[in-house]
Design a protein around this ligand. Structure first.
Ligand SMILES: C[S@@+](CC[C@H](N)C(=O)[O-])C[C@H]1O[C@@H](n2cnc3c(N)ncnc32)[C@H](O)[C@@H]1O
Length: 218
């Protein structure tokens, strides 16, 4: 019942905004409805990589970026998709020039380049971060991950976490959301890498409801 309400409210909001987009001559920076269609199409063509039928909500974006400030720059975002978390990072005061967006999917790259022209946008598998030398000048203060870790092998998860903590400075944190009931990174991987995971919070204002974990060095 509650889920029905969330879905219908979300559909109503996106349709109203799509109509407003049309009336304003398409001047709005982003149409959630078109993003939904783009996302849904991408999910149809690659359900394991996209692992969600719709972009994350603003509520989840606010939660996953709630501890970030300009002091965390530069910031690395993994799997930005249509850029919901990217917009929230900008709202938290991180300059666009200090953002590195690492996205594997072809479908999302033109939209990211158009919306965030000053960000560094890299098309790459996040499992290869360690080899990419992306933060040679200054280590990152935070990594925000929209990656579908639950649909990845443990080996790939470990490569992503290990690579992320190689580019994170001391005290830096890795933020990950999940639709599951617990941290999507298994304890054995956290132990091997010397990491701890803490639940930052949960939101039911997302389709489906999601939780955010903050992973740090012990
Ligand atoms: C669940 S979607 C999240 C998108 C967006 N962050 C959001 O919350 O709406 C997962 C995103 O991760 C990207 N992705 C999946 N596997 C990846 C990988 N190995 N390396 C980089 N990006 C990947 C997908 O293309 C997609 O954009």
């Amino acid at each position: 019942m509650r889920l029905n309400l969330i879905v219908s409210q979300w559909l109503r909001k996106t349709l109203v905004e799509a109509v407003a987009d049309g009336k304003s001559g398409g001047n709005r920076p982003q149409s959630e409805f078109l993003d939904f269609l783009r996302f849904f199409r991408s999910w149809i063509s690659n359900p394991l990589r996209v692992a969600g039928v719709a972009p994350s909500s603003d509520s989840l974006a606010r939660l996953i970026t709630s501890e970030i400030s300009a002091l965390d720059a530069p910031v690395l975002e993994l799997g930005p998709g249509t850029g919901v978390f990217t917009r929230a990072l900008l709202a938290r005061g991180v300059p666009e020039t200090e953002l590195t967006l690492l996205e594997f999917g072809n479908d999302f790259l033109p939209g990211l380049n158009r919306r965030f022209p000053q960000a560094r946008i890299v098309q790459m598998d996040a499992a290869l971060i360690a080899e990419a030398d992306l933060f040679a000048d200054e280590a990152a203060g935070a990594v925000i991950s929209g990656l579908p870790l639950l649909s990845m092998s443990p080996r790939k998860q470990e490569a992503i976490l290990a690579g992320a903590f190689e580019v994170l400075r001391p005290g830096g944190a890795f933020y990950q959301f999940t639709y599951g009931p617990r941290c999507p990174v298994p304890r054995v991987i956290l132990d091997r890498l010397g990491l701890d995971a803490e639940r930052l919070g949960k939101t039911v204002r997302n389709l489906p409801p999601a939780a955010v974990y903050c992973i740090t060095r012990r």
